[in-house]
Design a protein around this ligand. Sequence first.
Ligand code: PLP
Length: 347
Amino acid sequence: MRPLEELVRPNICSLTPYSCARDEYQGAEATVFLDANESPYNTPLNRYPDPLQRKVKDALSHIYGLRSECFFLGNGSDEAIDLVYRIFCRPGRDNVVAPDPTYGMYGVAADINDVEYRRVPLAADFSLQAERLLEVCNAQTKAIFLCSPNNPTGNAFTAEAIEQVVARFQGIVVVDEAYADFSSQPSWVKRIVDYPNLIVLRTFSKAWASAGVRLGLAFARPDIIALFNKVKYPYNVSQLTQDYALEMLSRRYEVLEWVKRLLDERTKVVAALRLLPFYEKDYPSDANFVLVKLQGARRIYDYLIGQGIVVRDRSRVTLCDDCLRITIGLPTENSRLLAALRQYNGK
Ligand SMILES: *Cc1c(COP(=O)(O)O)cnc(C)c1O
């Protein structure tokens, strides 16, 4: 890996971060807080939240067996994705590389930050072409985004292919594990110990059933996390979200149960899709959704909308001709989808 100072934008290297009242206070026993111009009236949200979310990170530290300096918490993984650009990529000069198709936010965040976004097609079976990914990198390539399991294809990349990229690329590699709870492949979270250029993203939005709360996690070596903390908004995670996160982390065995049920349902939904007359192909999924190829996918999508059922039309996406992305729901929801599809007569 190139030295971190060489990868980070010079203005971020030299940045003096905003110092908020709760950052400056270090004493242990204070009980009277007259430092932050807050109201004294207990609403009970009159106080600013902990800018570093220490209680949540302590809980995460116990769960993941990593020091709390290895965690960043943000307003969804989308905040962490945006921060990667703002920390490492000089607008108008640097670039990032990612497979195609993949999660759309990497490209949108690149456009917003005026950073060139280089797409490298996945192989026809949606596997990662590590060699080709590395070939399009140059001295201005600051980061590679890998989403595994990948959205919208559903497959997880092999550990060997990811390792080839992480071990050989000299810049930052982001492995987005939004769907890792559903995957049979090993997670990369613990591998931040081995790779100083690795950032792993997780989110409360999928398996943790908490998309509404907006909470995303980044795992990395403390020197990278320190950069995230320097650039983020001081109070980027609200008190409500921090309290909620602690509550959810204590319910993690329930989450495992939900994951198990969704995986069972996924098997059933795929088996039923295969019996449809207009079924062409489904792609192996390591996620809570399945990408399926159907004859006339776009018309089927419109038909389903007419039935009050919304799936995701991915038929215009690279390598995804005639494909719909179907999220696995409750058994009753999946049954309604399948019943509607069985009644579809091509009109
Ligand atoms: C859904 C999803 C996320 C989650 O983003 P949040 O901002 O945390 O809701 C991140 N990455 C991928 C690939 C996703 O599909």
